[in-house]
Design a protein around this ligand. Sequence first.
Ligand code: SF4
Ligand code: SF4
Length: 90
Amino acid sequence: MKKYDVVTTISYPKKGAMGKTGSWRVFKPILDKEKCVKCLRCWIYCPEGTIIRNKDDTVDIDYEYCKGCGICANVCKVKAITMERETKGK
Ligand code: SF4
Ligand code: SF4
């Protein structure tokens, strides 16, 4: 039986893999730091890697690359992130 090398490809979310967010972002996540319990679910699930994890496990959002998909808001159990319509330039 012929043997083949096993090649595994692992992809990681990469900031800016699709470039900076343009004027097309419709919604943006708004973080309420008072509600945040530092569970880091948003940091784990953000497909763009644009949730910034700080040394004390607080989080921030990098709006340069955030695509506004809303996953972070969906996975946040304490509703510390809400999605608001983007108004910049409109
Ligand atoms: S809206 Fe999407 S891209 Fe932006 S921070 Fe949340 S999960 Fe990441
Ligand atoms: S998922 Fe919500 S509570 Fe958890 S770190 Fe993110 S903003 Fe904070």
